[in-house]
Ligand binder design. Structure first.
Ligand SMILES: Nc1ncnc2c1ncn2[C@@H]1O[C@H](COP(=O)(O)OP(=O)(O)OP(=O)(O)O)[C@@H](O)[C@H]1O
Ligand SMILES: [Mg+2]
Length: 379
């Protein structure tokens, strides 16, 4: 009698209190009963479900029939409510037309797993430390690279500037003894040194941008005049391709606080890009406008447009997309990187809208001062 009492007490303990999974199923694997521990682990009522829905057998496809044909315990994982599978050792007992499945943790395996996890964790920490060291080293090398670029560009600027200006002086010299070929060579020297100068300026900008926070020299500026000046600068290259440059002025604000040299650089980059990537006999429209809080300048061309897949690369240094200049112009891929840094240093934003076959619009927004906002709101 005492045996009986002990067995039923152990049975009750196993079913209701122990960390054991207990399922009663039919031979097809349909769950007829599951103990509370199993249901709380799976986070749902299991009666009526199929074992195959909750058992993940990583060694093959789950089959209760095949498992019954084998002896010994087997390792199955259970899909728990937390989303993480948990592994148990299952013992299968046939009970008439039904099957009792008891799943238990194997503590020896668990502690082995724990030891391995601790070792793995240690390895991850070591790798992390190595990574931090390498990142610091890379930062130092990058800083060194920027200083070298800066120094080389700076030292090249003067001699190339001299070649540029001297070749201009010689071209203007009305010495008639110069042959046509010599005149052509002089003009080639002048153009190439001009290109090298602008490249050096871009490289200097990039080197400075990467190593320092940008210093702005903001002054209240007539943005319309600044835009008109940039358009004038770009007119000769636009004329060479019969590209019409059109200015639309919809803004009534008087002045915007900005760094003139730097915003001039932004405008030159965007307008020269629009011309560079425009087909012959098309129009580039530059619009100056305002929304409630920003001055908005947009540069719209009727060029080839930029494929969607290339857009992610656009504002990175040395980014060149699959779109090529339409008349063999030079392209280094520094302009838009510099543009973005300058606009963002002003607290502004740069946006691009583009459609292949139709054209591209680059738009940048610069925050207006309170007084300019009030003026703009009144108009
Ligand atoms: N208006 C545009 N239409 C089509 N593609 C453009 C346009 N503007 C820029 N791109 C694409 O983005 C790339 C990067 O432009 P970015 O101004 O940075 O460099 P770049 O004009 O090639 O050279 P850089 O400005 O340094 O002389 C260009 O090479 C071109 O592929
Ligand atoms: Mg450019």
């Amino acid at each position: 009698m005492s045996d009986n009492t002990l067995e039923s007490a152990l049975g009750r303990f196993a079913l209701h209190e122990a960390s054991l999974l207990v399922f009663l199923t039919d031979k097809g694997g349909k769950i007829l009963q599951a103990n509370p521990y199993a249901e709380s682990l799976c986070g749902r009522t299991l009666t009526g479900c199929s074992l195959a829905d909750i058992v993940l057998d990583f060694t093959g496809s789950f089959s209760l029939e095949a498992a019954l044909a084998e002896s010994g315990s087997r390792m199955w994982s259970i899909a728990t409510a937390s989303g993480l599978p948990e592994t148990f050792y299952f013992h299968l007992l046939e009970h008439g037309s039904q099957v009792v499945l008891v799943g238990e943790y194997n503590y020896r395996d668990s502690s082995l797993l724990e030891t391995r996890l601790v070792a793995l964790n240690q390895e991850v920490s070591n790798t992390n430390r190595e990574l931090q060291k390498k990142t610091a080293e890379l930062g130092r090398l990058n800083e060194m690279k920027n200083r070298l670029i800066g120094m080389a560009a700076h030292d090249l600027r003067n001699p190339i500037g001299a070649i540029h200006h001297l070749s201009a002086d010689l071209s203007q010299d009305t010495d008639t003894s110069r042959s046509d070929e010599e005149v052509e060579i002089l003009s080639l020297i002048h153009d190439s040194s001009g290109f090298m100068l602008s490249l050096i300026d871009d490289l200097l900008s990039v080197a400075t941008l990467e190593s320092h926070e940008m210093q702005l020299n903001r002054k209240p500026t007539d943005l319309n005049r600044l835009v008109a000046k940039s358009m004038k600068l770009n007119r000769p290259s636009a004329d060479r391709k019969s590209v019409t440059l059109e200015l639309r002025n919809n803004a009534t604000f008087a002045e915007v606080e900005l760094d003139r040299m730097k915003i001039q650089q932004v405008l030159n980059n965007l307008i020269s890009n629009a011309v560079k990537f425009s087909h012959h006999d098309t129009t580039v429209i530059v619009t100056v406008a305002a929304d409630n809080t920003n001055a908005v300048v947009s540069v719209k061309d009727q060029g080839p447009g930029i494929p969607h897949a290339d857009l992610g690369e656009l504002f990175k240094p040395f980014a060149r997309t699959s779109v090529q200049p339409t008349d063999g112009e030079k392209s280094t891929g520094l302009g838009l990187f510099i543009v973005k840094q300058i606009v963002e240093a002003h607290g502004g934003t740069i946006l691009v809208e583009t459609e292949v076959g139709t054209g591209t619009t680059f738009r940048f927004l610069l925050p207006l001062s309170q007084s300019s906002q009030a003026r703009e709101a009144k108009s």
